[in-house]
Structures are given as structure tokens and as C-alpha cells.
Design a protein around this ligand. Sequence first.
Ligand SMILES: NC(=O)c1ccc[n+]([C@@H]2O[C@H](COP(=O)([O-])OP(=O)(O)OC[C@H]3O[C@@H](n4cnc5c(N)ncnc54)[C@H](OP(=O)(O)O)[C@@H]3O)[C@@H](O)[C@H]2O)c1
Length: 326
Amino acid sequence: MRAVVYDRYGPPEVLRLEEVARPVPAEDEVLVRVHATTVNRFDTATREANRRSGLAISFLSRLVSGLRRPRRRILGTEFAGEVEGAGAAVTGFAVGDQVFGTTGLKFGAHAEYLSIPVSARIAQMPAGMSFEEAAPICDGALNALTCLKQVDLRKGRRILIYGASGAIGTAGVQLARSFGADITAVCNTKNLELVRSLGADRVIDYTEEDFTRNGETYDVILDAVGKLSFRRSRGSLEPGGIFLPTDGLGNLIWALRTSRTRGKKVLFQIPPRQTKQDVLFLKGLIEAGKYRPVIDRRYPLEDVVEATRYVETEQKTGNVVLTVST
Ligand SMILES: NC(=O)c1ccc[n+]([C@@H]2O[C@H](COP(=O)([O-])OP(=O)(O)OC[C@H]3O[C@@H](n4cnc5c(N)ncnc54)[C@H](OP(=O)(O)O)[C@@H]3O)[C@@H](O)[C@H]2O)c1
């Protein structure tokens, strides 16, 4: 089968298409013919061993994905495709089923086929969705859900979502809407209308206004893009308010420090606990018309380097899809 492989950490150009052996599903696994996948920030960070985040994080990243070279040659976590084979012990899935999900740390989705245990984060595709629409369901939304599940978000609670135009941000706005919260979203001028259409009650253009100086306060602040700090935003939190980061090792220290005191807190779950139940929850939201992943650009699998370069601008709106033709 064709797959995008890499044998050393480095820039997008380390990625190349290669013929590799098709995976053989184990007893409890299905073989999925991948029709669409994505390039996300987890792929790009892993490919460069998190070099941009500094030496300590880069070392930790290599401990997980291979000290000298990547242990897994094929990146890609999100997928949508068709079940083409199943191990003897598989129940609940059959050949021909249209499925979506995420392989997480196992990667392997930038390929024509992948195998995945049926107990993992895989589910039947919501009706009426194309493979390209279904591929980006999980990454941003599972990360947003992991954060939001830590707080009691409901009608009457005020949340500010910073970086509302990224994969996590666009999903975060829709999830917060479904929980009934009052949402203020912060993004760039070009994305104001989109973010409003996703369910934000109010939008702030960060090129025009600094939300930390307008006197408004919130029960929860979600930094969906890793560009804020607790120090900078805590003045905008209500007493007892909660700051939810998605990035930055320093936030672990804040989480520890604030866990021992009364008052405003930082909650940062590392590693994020994401389950099959969460994937089924997202499927339910989609079927209820409450969540739809935002797609920015689509590229064919062979243009993975170009797609990756775009993701690395850190300016994508929502998600970048790779289509895989077999
Ligand atoms: N995706 C993952 O698997 C994953 C997992 C865990 C953690 N994270 C971390 O979570 C963060 C977000 O991930 P993501 O995939 O959602 O990111 P993303 O989609 O790449 O975010 C890009 C968006 O962020 C906006 N943005 C960039 N700089 C901004 C700023 N200073 N203020 C406000 N908005 C800004 C961009 O819009 P404009 O530049 O046009 O404003 C763009 O729409 C990253 O730090 C990532 O490392 C990601």
C-alpha cells in the first residue's frame, strides 16, 4: 500500500510517499481502508520531535516517539474510511462499514490502510457525512472536550475561548454551545463571522481589542491555541474561575500551585484522557446537528509536504484534510 513515511525527525521535507506492507489486523482489530485523514498539530509536533517547544519538551517527545529516530514511520491520527477486514474476535463492526476515529499515539493514518482495535477510538460514521467531512471529527473536538469536561459548563456559566478559529477552538465553541454556556470567542478579523456562526454569543477581534483590559470577567477561560498565560488572563476570571490551557509545560506548575490554594485555578490534564465514549458522544452531537468539524483546506495524500507546511503556519482555520485515493 502507499503510505507517507519518515525516518528521521526534521522539517516537512522528511516526509515521503513509499510502498509499504499492508497491516494485518489482529484478532480484535479491523482493517480500515482509509479514504481521508488529516494533518494536525500533533502530527507536525511529533515529526519535528517538538523542537519548537524547547529542549526539555523535545527530549520528552523523543522518549515517547523514539529517542534517536521515530519508532512509528507513518504519522496521521485521524481517519475516515471503510472496514475491509476484521479479526476473528471482532464484534460490532463488519466489512463495508463506514467508520471514523483516531489512532492517537499509534498514528498510522497517513496510509491507504490501517488496523485498529475495535475497543479503541473508532465508531460508525454519522449518516450523511462524507469521508472528508468525517476525518477531522476527533482531533480538535476530543482535545476541547477533555478540557471542558473538567469544568461544570452549563447554562448561565460564562466562558471565554481564546484562539477560537483553530481545530480545538472551532470545536470548543460548538461544544460550549451544546452545554448551554454563554460564549465569548476571541479570534482574528477574518474569522469573526465563522466563529459567530458556530455559536459564540459575542466575538472579540484580537487585532482590535485586548480582552484582558475590557473589564469583563468569566467563569472559565479556554486557551485553545496555546498563546495565553494564566498570569495574563487571571484578572479576567471570576473569583474561583478556571483557566484551561491546551499547551505549555509551565501550565503544569501553575496547575500544581493553584491546586493547593483557594481561588482561581489552572486545570491541565496530561496526558489527556480521551475515550471511545467521547468519540460516540461526538457522533451523537453531529447527529443532533450540534457539531460539525470546520475544514479549511483539502490536499491529496501526495501533497502531504505542502499540507504540512500550511499547518505549520499555525494559521489554519479549523482542520486540514488529506484525501487518500486507492
Ligand atoms: N491538535 C492537537 O493534536 C493538539 C493536542 C494537544 C495540544 N495541542 C496544542 O493546542 C494548540 C492548538 O491546537 P490546534 O490544532 O487547535 O491549533 P491550530 O488549528 O493550528 O490553530 C490555528 C489557529 O489559531 C489562531 N491563532 C494563531 N495565533 C493566535 C493568537 N496569538 N491569538 C489568537 N488566535 C491565534 C490562528 O488564527 P489567526 O492566526 O488567523 O488568528 C488559527 O486559526 C496548539 O498549541 C497545539 O500545540 C494540539
